[in-house]
Write a protein that binds this ligand. Structure first.
Ligand code: PHE
Length: 340
């Protein structure tokens, strides 16, 4: 009898350790304490035992132990269930973002941030600038005197007080040169406006990212290096660039910087008008007149400037075919980008 009880104790201990939910605990209880359970059959076995007193005590002790352990285990289980419930109720955290998405970033914002990040890592400061400027800042300080034919390409919206909506981010060049002096490295993204009839590639409101670097011994190689690095980072590939001559009164020499077409890989396709190249970034060495107007010593310093078409960059990066989508306010089009 004693040995039988020892065996049962052992197998009960093992079964108890495996009973981790209330159903298996209940099964265990029935198996040991039920009408046809092990304890009951031990009691029946008493009949054939000579020392009934001692055996009876052993059975009783075993029965109490089983009862005690099962109720202990089921109490612990209940406590764990309650603790889990409390924990999940405490999951509320007012600082967590709601499950329903509230919005997403505009693709122009995403492109701007990406370009900013690259330039900041190369030591450029980010400047912000007004959208309403005067004629001096937008044109005259940039070597575009009144009645200069270069103004024709940049007709804009004039206010009654003579101010105008800036036609390009270059309008901040003079202000930034005066603010920092030389040497300087700055980028300044901004919204620009032109009197333009709109179609899939033209908008009256668009974004540019201007950049300037002024220091001793700055040359076209520096310009190419910075543009290539930035574009390779933004497009996540090794971007090939080419420079073509371009005319802007505030740079000398001036260039149009093209990159090899992302879509066809340079073989020629409708997006690049079969040339394999996409025009992306006018740039050049800052004209001495512009440096002088900004108070920079042209004997000592030279610099480059570029006017990256941010809107165009976003179109290429995200495959947006119609520029008008950007200002459409259409959530269907705009909510597809990274959410907040
Ligand atoms: N501001 C010029 C434009 O919008 C672009 C440009 C910027 C060209 C800087 C050269 C240097 O057309």
């Amino acid at each position: 009898m004693k040995q039988r009880i020892e065996e049962l104790k052992k197998s009960f201990g093992e079964a108890l350790a495996l009973s981790t939910d209330s159903a298996s605990l209940e099964n265990l209880r029935v198996e040991y304490l039920g009408k046809k359970g092990h304890v009951a059959s031990l009691m029946q076995g008493l009949r054939d035992v000579s020392d009934k007193r001692e055996a009876g005590q052993l059975i009783n002790a075993f029965k109490n132990e089983v009862e005690g352990k099962i109720s202990e285990a089921s109490e612990a289980l209940q406590a764990a269930i309650i603790a889990a419930k409390v924990r999940s109720a405490r999951k509320y955290n007012p600082t967590l973002k709601p499950e329903r998405e509230l919005g997403s970033y505009h693709p122009i914002t995403l492109a701007t941030r990406e370009v900013e990040e690259v330039f900041v890592s190369m030591g450029f400061a980010i400047e912000n600038y007004d959208e309403i400027v005067d004629d001096y800042k937008c044109f005259e300080a940039l070597n575009i005197p009144k009645h200069h034919p270069a103004r024709d390409m940049q007709d804009t919206y004039y206010l009654d007080n003579g101010q105008l909506l800036k036609t390009h981010t270059s309008a901040a060049q003079n202000y930034i040169m005066k603010k920092y002096g030389a040497p300087l490295r700055a980028i300044f993204p901004g919204r620009c406006f032109r009197n333009e009839s709109t179609d899939a590639c033209h908008e009256n409101t668009f974004f540019q990212m201007e950049g300037m670097m002024i220091d001793e011994d700055i040359s076209i190689s520096n310009l190419i290096y910075f543009m290539k690095t930035m574009l390779s980072e933004v497009f996540h590939r090794d971007v090939k660039v080419r420079l073509r001559p371009g005319f802007f009164p505030f740079v000398e020499p001036g260039f149009e910087l093209d990159i090899n077409c992302e879509i066809c890989g340079g073989a020629g396709c409708p997006s690049c008008k079969n040339s394999g190249w996409l025009e992306l970034c006018p740039c050049g060495m800052i004209h001495p007149n512009v440096l002088k107007e900004g108070g920079i010593d042209t004997e000592k310093y030279s610099g480059f400037a570029f006017g990256l078409g941010l809107t165009r960059l976003a179109m290429m990066k995200y495959g947006v075919k119609d520029i008008r989508d950007f200002n459409s306010g259409s959530l269907k089009a705009l909510s597809q980008f990274k959410s907040i």
